[in-house]
Design a protein around this ligand. Structure first.
Ligand code: SF4
Length: 470
C-alpha cells in the first residue's frame, strides 16, 4: 500500500512519538510575524534560550502595518510597539526580517512562497492559522499558537497529533467567472466549518492540475476555515516552474536534485485515504457567504436559508446569523447592498487576484458611496501590479490603491469597517467583528466578485457583467 504526501513528510520529520500520542515533529521553516511572536520571544528570554535554527526562521510585519501612512512612529501606539518588538527580537535572535524598507515585506503567507522559502516536502510552522496556504506547494504547513511558536523557536520542533487525510477529487473544469475561492467556499459549504477537524485536506483532480500556484494557495489558505489545519496539493511541474529562480530556491544543479526529491514526496497512486470526496468542478458557481462563518454560504443565484425549514441547532445558528447580518430569511443573495469592497488578504491579495479584479473594474466606476480598496499582499505584488498598470485601472474606477499588508482582513490597523457597514471582501473570515467594527458585516467572495459588487453597489453575479476575459 502506498503512502500519501502527508504520511511521507510526517514520517521523514518525526523525531519521536511522544507518550501523549503526539509526534515530536521537526520543522523545516518557521515564519514569524509581529502579532503572535512577542510573547514567545519573551519566554525564550526568560529562560535564556536562543533560537535553535535562526537560518530557518524568517520574520515580517503584516497585521498591524498601516496601508496608507507608514511614517514611524505609527499613529497607533500599540502597532508601533509590536513593530519595535519584532525589529528588536529579529535583531537580538539573528533572524532575517523583511520590514517595509526591504522591498520584500508583505503578508507572511504571500512572501514565503514568492521568495521561494516555501518548498515541497517541507514542514512549515507559523503563528497564524492560515499557514495552511503553504501546502499548495506540497508542504505540510501548520498554524500554531504562542506556546508552540516558543517551542519551534527554541527547539525547531513541535508536539502535534498526526491528522488523517481526506482527498478531494475535483473533476472537469470550472466555468468562466468561477474561481478557486468559489471552490473552497463550495467545499466548506458542503462539509461545514468543522468537517475537516482532525484531517489534512489533499486537493487534486483535473481542476487542481490546471490551477496555477496562486490558485492552489487560495484553496489551501482556507482549508483551516473548513476545520482542517493542513491543506495541500501534490507538487508537479507547475510547482517547480513557480519556485525556479526565486530568491531562496535551490540554485543551478541543486534545483534538479531538489525536483527529484520533491517528486518522491507526492502521494503514491495506490495511497490509502481516510476519506475521499468527489466534486464536479462544472457544478460550482460563484459563491457568497451570507452569515457569520465561512460555511454559511450560497451560490450567488441562490436564496438565503429560512430557519423555518430547519430544526434544533441548525435553526438557531441560521437565526443568529441572519439577525446579526440584518438579512432576511429566504431573500435572494444577489442584490444585497454593500458599503465597502475590500480586495486583498493572504487568500486573494496576489498578482493573479488583482489581475482578475482589474479585468472587472476596467472602464467601470465604483458605485456612489462605496468605499473600495485594493491592498496588495506584498511589496513585490504591488510593484508587479504597478508595472502592469493595474493600479491605474483601479484608481480610474474609483478604488483606493494601498501599500502591502493584512489591512481590512482583520483590521488590526487603521483599515476598519465603521458601525454596521457591510463589506464585500476577498478575505477568509466573516466572524462577528472581524473587520474592526463589532457590528460590521462581511460577505466573502472572489476578488472578481468583489470588484463587481463595488461597481454595482450590491452583490452581483460577475458572469452577468459584460467584461472581457471574465
Ligand atoms: S491577511 Fe488576514 S488571515 Fe491572512 S495573515 Fe493577515 S490577518 Fe491573517
Amino acid at each position: 500500500m502506498g503512502k500519501t504526501l502527508l504520511e511521507k513528510v510526517w514520517d521523514l520529520h518525526t523525531v519521536r512519538e511522544l507518550p501523549s500520542g503526539q509526534t515530536q515533529l521537526f520543522i523545516g521553516l518557521h515564519l514569524v510575524h509581529e502579532v503572535t511572536s512577542p510573547q514567545a520571544f519573551k519566554m525564550l528570554k526568560e529562560r535564556d534560550l536562543s533560537v535553535r535554527y535562526p537560518e530557518r526562521t524568517f520574520a515580517t510585519v503584516d497585521h498591524i502595518i498601516p496601508t496608507l501612512d507608514r511614517r514611524r512612529p505609527f499613529a497607533d501606539a500599540m502597532a508601533e510597539e509590536m513593530f519595535v518588538h519584532m525589529e528588536r527580537n529579529a535583531g537580538e535572535f539573528g533572524l532575517e526580517f523583511f520590514d517595509e524598507s526591504s522591498g520584500r515585506q508583505g503578508i507572511v503567507h504571500v512572501i514565503g512562497p514568492e521568495l521561494g522559502l516555501t518548498q515541497p516536502g517541507m514542514t512549515i510552522a507559523c503563528g497564524d492559522s492560515h499557514t495552511s496556504t503553504h501546502g499548495a506547494f506540497g508542504s505540510v504547513a501548520i498554524g500554531v499558537g504562542t506556546s508552540q511558536i516558543r517551542d519551534v523557536l527554541a527547539s525547531g520542533c513541535l508536539a502535534i497529533a498526526r491528522p488523517k487525510v481526506r482527498r478531494f477529487e475535483v473533476t472537469g473544469s470550472l466555468s468562466a467567472g468561477v474561481y478557486p475561492k468559489d471552490v473552497i467556499l463550495h467545499v466548506i459549504g458542503a462539509l461545514g466549518v468543522h468537517g475537516g477537524v482532525g484531517y489534512a485536506y489533499e486537493y487534486g483532480g483535473d481542476v487542481f492540475d490546471a490551477f496555477s500556484m496562486e490558485d492552489r494557495m487560495t484553496v489551501c489558505n482556507m482549508s483551516v476555515e473548513g476545520g482542517a489545519r493542513v491543506g495541500y496539493v501534490n507538487p508537479d511541474q507547475t510547482t517547480y516552474d513557480y519556485i525556479r529562480g526565486r530568491d531562496f530556491a535551490p540554485k543551478d544543479g541543486e534545483f534538479d536534485d531538489a525536483v527529484k526529491w520533491w517528486e518522491s514526496m507526492k502521494s503514491d497512486g495506490d495511497a490509502d485515504y481516510d476519506s475521499v470526496v468527489e466534486i464536479d468542478g462544472s457544478s460550482i458557481e460563484p459563491m457568497v457567504t451570507w452569515g457569520i462563518n465561512p460555511g454559511q454560504v450560497v451560490g450567488v443565484g441562490e436564496k438565503l436559508p429560512d430557519p423555518a425549514d430547519l430544526n434544533g441547532s441548525d435553526r438557531a445558528s441560521v437565526e443568529e446569523a441572519l439577525a446579526f447580518m440584518n438579512l432576511k430569511a429566504g431573500a435572494a443573495m444577489a442584490e444585497t447592498p454593500i458599503d465597502v469592497a475590500f480586495i486583498g488578504s493572504c487568500t486573494n491579495g496576489r498578482i493573479s487576484d488583482l489581475r482578475e479584479a482589474a479585468k472587472v473594474a476596467a472602464g467601470g466606476r465604483a458605485a456612489k458611496g462605496i468605499k473600495a480598496l485594493v491592498v496588495p499582499g506584498s511589496q513585490k505584488v504591488r510593484e508587479q501590479a504597478e508595472a502592469e498598470g493595474l493600479h491605474e485601472t483601479f484608481l480610474e474606477a474609483g478604488f483606493e490603491w494601498r501599500e502591502a499588508g493584512c489591512s481590512m482582513c482583520l483590521a488590526m490597523n487603521p483599515d476598519k469597517l465603521v458601525g454596521e457597514q457591510i463589506c464585500a471582501s476577498s478575505s477568509n473570515r466573516n466572524f462577528k467583528g472581524r473587520q474592526g467594527s463589532p457590528t460590521g458585516r462581511t460577505l466573502l467572495m472572489s476578488p472578481a466578485m468583489v470588484a463587481a459588487a463595488a461597481l454595482a453597489g450590491a452583490v452581483v453575479d460577475v458572469r452577468t457583467l459584460d467584461r472581457p476575459g471574465v
